[in-house]
Design a binder for this molecule. Structure first.
Ligand SMILES: NC(=O)c1ccc[n+]([C@@H]2O[C@H](COP(=O)([O-])OP(=O)(O)OC[C@H]3O[C@@H](n4cnc5c(N)ncnc54)[C@H](O)[C@@H]3O)[C@@H](O)[C@H]2O)c1
Length: 332
């Protein structure tokens, strides 16, 4: 059983708190948020204690095994280091940091303090994405050649609108498209060359769109689309190989529907939409991190993976700004 302290009671904090409640080996010992009403609200819903600062929580709580950081990205480094100073393992939402230098410092800091650092690249825990990777590895589509991914929807809103300040969020490529950069690198290895176009290098009006072309060391080409200019949210992929294609479009997935039989006097049925997944990707991700702590195992996604995904995002940003392709040098 691991005692978990969660910091940040916003969108992701709420998802993580709900998730820990269903993980057998997780004991959520507290929620920290400096917005008192947010901390109180989420703590109440999660049947745990509210704190308004990390320091207060540490003073009060007897044992913390993992600090889960669901704070805006520009605060990740500060809080990862605070957790490491306490000698407590850390789980940090993606992207790991705002710059590669910060990410590097965070990884080294955790190593020096002897604490584990987990990064929330949750796409590696989405069954559709996992299954596609497995099928590619099994040779179902032959030799993969061209890949397309797409992800996005509306411009995100957070506490004090921090996503709109790209000095805090890193913008679309670092905040959102990084999911696909990480996933594709997991599937196809290192990226050799990046070319990108986007809107934010020309304007910043709460609409953003990026189209990134990646060439992997093994010759595979990926077209990676990200948007903060659409409505709703969807994610898609298409893997084309010498023997076939695998594709997925989240907007076409039908939810599980239970249609109750109407009482005799009524004619219409009641449709109850439910998640088709028994274990959500967040459940799989967070329970995996806890299991890694308990069994001292390497996680599916390492801090170095978080760093490498950032590296691709920064290469894409640079390419979009300069109009030139950017080459990544990898020895591995
Ligand atoms: N894995 C995913 O799919 C996914 C999805 C969305 C966001 N994220 C990432 O999760 C992180 C959090 O994003 P969000 O949308 O939940 O943000 P948010 O704005 O909804 O929530 C952030 C919370 O942190 C609190 N906070 C800020 N500074 C604090 C401090 N110093 N001490 C205590 N509390 C403080 C705020 O009051 C707010 O409640 C970001 O890094 C984001 O990129 C990941």
């Amino acid at each position: 059983m691991k005692n978990i302290l969660l910091i940040g009671a916003g969108t992701m904090g709420t998802v993580h708190a709900q998730t820990y409640q269903s993980i057998k080996d997780a004991n959520l010992v507290g929620i920290v948020d400096f917005r008192k009403e947010k901390a109180n609200e989420l703590a109440k819903a999660s049947e745990t204690q509210a704190f308004y600062s990390l320091e207060d929580a540490v003073e009060e709580l007897e044992q913390i095994d993992l600090i889960d950081i669901c704070l805006p990205t520009h605060l990740h480094k500060e809080y990862v280091q605070k957790a490491a100073d306490l000698g407590v393992h850390v789980c940090c939402e993606k992207p790991l940091a705002l710059t590669l230098e910060e990410a590097d410092e965070m990884m080294n800091y955790c190593d020096e303090k002897g604490v584990r650092l987990f990064v929330g690249h949750v796409v590696r825990f989405f069954p559709e994405y996992v299954q596609a990777k497995e099928k590619v590895e099994q040779g179902v589509i032959g030799k993969p050649a061209v890949v397309r991914t797409s992800r996005g929807g509306v411009f995100p809103t957070g506490w004090t609108d921090w996503y709109a300040d790209f000095n805090k969020s890193g913008g679309l490529l670092l905040d959102l498209v990084i999911h696909d950069f990480d996933y594709l690198r997991w599937c196809f290895g290192e990226v050799e060359r990046v070319f990108a176009k986007n809107l934010s290098s020309r304007r910043n009006d709460r609409n953003d769109y990026s189209l990134v072309t990646l060439r992997f060391n093994n010759g595979i080409i990926a077209h990676v689309e990200g948007t903060w200019a659409h409505e709703g949210f969807s994610s898609k992929f298409e893997f084309a190989g010498t023997k076939g294609i695998i594709d997925y479009d989240s907007s076409e997935v039908s939810p599980v529907r239970a249609v109750k039989k109407s009482p005799v006097q009524q004619t219409s049925g009641v449709v109850v939409p439910e998640s088709p997944l028994k274990a959500t990707p967040f459940y799989k991700e967070l329970s995996h991190f806890i299991e890694c702590l308990e069994k001292d195992q390497e996680p599916i996604v390492t801090p170095q993976d978080g760093y490498k995904a950032m590296e691709i995002a920064f290469a894409a940003k640079k390419s979009a700004e300069t109009g030139e392709p950017v080459y990544l040098n990898h020895n591995s």
